[in-house]
Write a protein of this length. Structure first.
Length: 290
C-alpha cells in the first residue's frame, strides 16, 4: 500500500525574522501533505539580508542528530537541503544522503549561494567549491541564475539568451543531477516577464514556464519555489506540472504581498495563499522548448 504521508528530511537554517528556509518549507510541505523532519544547519535571529543579524552555526551538532536518527532507524522518502551554515557542513550532508537515500528517494538540493549576481554575506569561495561537489548527489537542483553562474564558473549577467540557458542546463546536469531547474531568468523586453527553464536527462526535454515580473525583491522565494517542486514531485506530478505549480504559487504569494505596504525583507505572505497548494492539477502554462 502507498504510504499515507511522505517524509522529507529538510537540511536548512531556521531564521526567526523574514520568511526564508524552514519557516517557508515546513508550512508549504505540510500543506501539501508531506511530513517535514528538520535538521537545522544554523539558527539566526533573521535572514542574512538584515543588518547585524545574530547567527548560531550548528555544524558541531549535526553529527549527533544524524547519529540519533540512524540509531532509531528513521527513514525518509526525500532529502532536501538548502542554506548551509558552513562549508564544513557539506560533507555531513553528503554523508546524510549516502546513509538515508535509496534508489527510490528524491534528493533535492537547492544550492543556496547568492542572488542578483552576489554571494550571500555568510559565504565565500570555499562554499562555492564545496557546493559544486554536493550537487552531484542530487536528483533535482534548483539554482537561481546567480547560483547557476557560480556553479559553472560562468559570468553573471542579466541578459541571457534561451540557447545559453539551455547550454548551462546541460552542463549542470552533467555534474550529476538528473534535473536542473534555473529560476529568475529575466526575459526581454526587460522588466516585463521572468522565466524558469528546466532540463531532465531522463526525458531529454527542456521546459519553460514564464510569469509576469513584479518589481520587488523578496528573500525566501527560492525556498518557497523548491518546497513546492519537492511536494509536487513527491505527490506524483510530472516535472513541468511541478514547475507550473511552483511558479503559480510564487506569483500568487507575491501578488498577495505586493499591494501591502510592508517591508519586502519580511518575505512573501505565504500564509494568505497556502490553501491554493491543495488544488488538483490546474491549467498551467508550461512550454516544451524545441
Ligand atoms: O533562502 C535564502 C536564505 C536562506 N537562509 C538564510 C538567508 C537566505 C537569503 O538571504 O539569509 C539565512
Amino acid at each position: 500500500m502507498n504510504k499515507p504521508v511522505q517524509r522529507v528530511a529538510a537540511i536548512h537554517d531556521l531564521s526567526g525574522v523574514g520568511r526564508v528556509s524552514l519557516t517557508m518549507i515546513i508550512p508549504i510541505l505540510s500543506t501539501m501533505g508531506v511530513q517535514v523532519c528538520p535538521l537545522p544547519t544554523a539558527v539566526l535571529s533573521s535572514h542574512s539580508a538584515y543588518k547585524d543579524f545574530y547567527f548560531v552555526d550548528l555544524t558541531e551538532h549535526i553529527e549527533g542528530m544524524i547519529n540519533h536518527w540512524e540509531k532509531i532507524g528513521y527513514e525518509f522518502d526525500s532529502v532536501y537541503s538548502g542554506f548551509l551554515g558552513s562549508s564544513a557542513q557539506i560533507e555531513m550532508v553528503e554523508y546524510f544522503i549516502r546513509k538515508f537515500s535509496t534508489e527510490s528517494s528524491l534528493v533535492v538540493i537547492d544550492p543556496v549561494l547568492g542572488d542578483n549576481g552576489k554571494l550571500y554575506k555568510t559565504f565565500d569561495d570555499r562554499m562555492v567549491a564545496e557546493m559544486k561537489k554536493l550537487v552531484k548527489y542530487a536528483d533535482v537542483i534548483t539554482p537561481n541564475i546567480t547560483e547557476a553562474s557560480l556553479l559553472l564558473d560562468e559570468e553573471y549577467s542579466d541578459n541571457f539568451s534561451i540557447e545559453k540557458i539551455k547550454g548551462w542546463l546541460l552542463k549542470l546536469t552533467s555534474m550529476g543531477p538528473d534535473t536542473a531547474i534555473i529560476t529568475s531568468i529575466p526575459e526581454k523586453p526587460e522588466g516585463k516577464r521572468t522565466s524558469v527553464v528546466a532540463y531532465s536527462k531522463k526525458g531529454k526535454r527542456f521546459w519553460k514556464v514564464s510569469c509576469d515580473y513584479i518589481p520587488a525583491f523578496y528573500p525566501g522565494t527560492g525556498d518557497a519555489f523548491t518546497s513546492v517542486i519537492t511536494g509536487s514531485l513527491l505527490q506524483g506530478d510530472s516535472l513541468p506540472v511541478a514547475i507550473d505549480r511552483a511558479v503559480t504559487f510564487i506569483s500568487l504569494a507575491i501578488r498577495s504581498t505586493f499591494g501591502h505596504e510592508n517591508d519586502p525583507m519580511e518575505g512573501i505572505m505565504i500564509e494568505r495563499v497556502l490553501d491554493s497548494l491543495k488544488a488538483p492539477v490546474q491549467m498551467g502554462s508550461y512550454e516544451l522548448l524545441s
